[in-house]
Ligand binder design. Structure first.
Ligand code: NAD
Length: 512
């Protein structure tokens, strides 16, 4: 079995020590292990510990002890920020190794893996800057010189973090960086399919000097380890990123203990294109190019994927023809091969789910413009890999499953509109509300659309960029709470009002 670089640190890789509790690297208490599969050829390339509830309990106990008795919650903000910056530097140092690991684990291209590492370093730096820039609290005017009233923010305590397989390192960092900046301790459970870079990140936290017990990781399944992280009485907050079905279970489990819950769930994201955006050759080319990127980057396995193209009827045929022509040319293959633009789906299950959605759309009357099948194997595309061709489905409507539900594969559905009101109605016709885009050269219309579209992020004449300074999250069933930005730090804190009477006197409410 090949050892992947960047995952060794001070632990014994041959003993599958991917559980980190109270400063120690451990195998699963049960001794169970799991093979990690490279989706480009379906072959195992690493082995990890398959933790269970016993391991989760030990990790939560360690995080609880580190929070209640350890130095981290009261470590000066400047020291916490310095540690976060050190982690960012270590990520830059290990960019190639970790980028490669992410590429093999999640099936993305090597360049995407590298960009993910850059974004993770940015998140650590951003939260370091944010806490350093804050004052010591907000003084409140209590209406009397005898009263000093101040609202301060304190760490919430022990945080459970549960993350998905599509952006394993990035999603982990949006939780870990603010949680540490705020002074919390945590236990993270990465997706059982793609845990390797989260293990590598914990190694960097240890190397940066985080005290034992502050950062704990348990690799293992959702229904055991994840469920325990959600319902354990010693956990104060559960932060979950993943699908609607598991997110609902996590919220239900956490509700029993009245824990704070943050949920980042799925999306069914509209990409609305007005005809005026395509009036010039340059505008047309840009809108088509970005529609491709919106739908097919990382084979569509992106929560904010622009999987619904909603286009003004007058330009549909020209736009869809060009989109399909270019989609057919996307180079599919193993993400580490030169020239490959898109990797495989993450698993056989994910490819079968994609195939099911395409079949159901065709049964419901969609017209296949390209893709719709597994590609032929090639020298960069092993026959055993989970590849699927970028697929454009024309003539779709809101009654179709493929339009309503999150596919999480390289599938783009096309709907049309004639008026701005129709475009808004279509863009908002989803139970989700994560992100959406509008393409137009009319700035008044662009801003009207941005205001009327009920999604957590709106892009005008762009798709996909996010900023660590700006909140990320969804309306509707896309989630509860926000990551990134000041609200992303606030998730990991409790507000406390300290009211000090500088001249105490009896109140004489009771006469006796
Ligand atoms: P998933 O819901 O299957 O799994 C996510 C995590 O939850 C995994 O670690 C899994 O082990 C765990 N889990 C599963 N069942 C659980 C349970 N009963 N209790 C506790 N934990 C449990 O999601 P996935 O397939 O890994 O990821 C894809 C989903 O994630 C998509 O819906 C996507 O939109 C969403 N996502 C959202 C965002 C966002 O920012 N909103 C970002 C990335 C991914």
């Amino acid at each position: 079995m090949q050892k992947m670089p960047g995952t060794e640190g001070n632990r014994d890789v041959s003993a599958q020590q991917t559980i980190h509790v109270a400063g120690e690297w451990l195998s699963a208490a049960s001794g169970a292990t799991r093979e990690i599969i490279d989706p480009a050829d379906a072959k195992p390339f690493a082995i990890i510990a398959e933790g269970g509830t016993e391991d989760a309990d030990a990790a939560i106990a360690a995080a609880r002890k580190a929070f209640d008795e350890g130095p981290w919650p009261s470590t000066p903000v400047a020291e916490r920020a310095a540690l976060l910056r050190k982690v960012a530097d270590l990520l830059v140092r290990d960019r190639e190794e970790i980028g490669l690991l992410e590429s093999r684990d999640a099936g993305k291209t090597l360049e995407e893996g590298r960009v993910d590492v850059d974004c993770v370093a940015d998140a650590f730096r951003y939260f370091a800057d944010l806490v350093i820039g804050e004052g010591a609290g907000r003084v409140v005017d209590a209406g009397s010189d005898d009263i000093h009233s101040v609202v301060v923010h304190e760490p919430i305590g022990v945080c459970s973090m549960i993350t998905p397989w599509n952006y394993p390192l990035l999603q982990a960092s949006w939780k870990i960086a603010p949680a540490l900046a705020a002074g919390n301790t945590f236990v993270i459970k990465p997706s059982e399919i793609t845990p390797l870079t989260t293990v590598a990140l914990i190694e960097l936290l240890v190397e940066a000097g985080l005290p034992a017990g502050v950062a704990n990781i348990v690799t293992g399944p959702g229904h055991t380890v994840g469920a325990r992280l959600a319902d354990h009485p010693d956990v104060d907050l559960v932060s979950f990123t993943g699908g609607l079905v598991s997110g609902t279970k996590v919220a239900q489990a956490a509700a029993v203990g009245v824990k704070k819950v943050a949920l980042e769930l799925g999306g069914k994201n509209p990409n609305v294109v007005f005809a005026d955006a395509c009036a010039t050759d340059e505008g047309f080319d840009t809108a088509v190019d970005q529609a491709l990127n919106a739908a097919f980057i990382h084979s569509g396995q992106v929560c904010s994927a622009g999987g619904r193209l909603i286009i003004e009827e007058s330009v549909r045929e020209r736009f869809v023809a060009e989109l399909a022509r270019r989609a057919e040319k996307i180079k599919l293959g193993r993400g580490t091969e030169d020239g490959v633009e898109c990797g495989p789906l993450v698993s056989q299950q994910q490819r079968e789910k994609t195939e099911m959605y395409v079949a159901s759309a065709l049964e419901e009357g969609a017209v296949l413009r390209c893709g719709g099948k597994r590609p032929e194997p090639s020298d960069v595309r092993p026959a055993t890999g989970y590849f699927y061709e970028p697929t454009v489905l024309d003539q779709c409507h809101r009654g179709m499953k493929v339009v309503r539900e999150e596919v999480f594969g390289p599938v783009l559905s096309v709907e049309t509109f004639r008026t701005e009101d129709e475009a808004v109605a279509l863009a908002n016709d989803t139970e989700y509300g994560l992100a959406g885009a509008v393409w137009t050269t009319d700035s008044g219309r662009a801003r009207r659309m941005a205001r009327r579209m009920r999604h957590g992020t709106i892009w005008i004449n762009d798709f996909h960029p996010y900023l660590p300074q700006a909140e990320w999250g969804g309306f509707g069933k896309s989630g509860v709470g926000r990551e990134l930005g000041p609200a992303g730090l606030a998730e990991y804190r409790e507000a406390k009002h300290v009211y000090e009477n500088l001249a105490p006197r009896p109140v004489r409410w009771f006469a006796g």
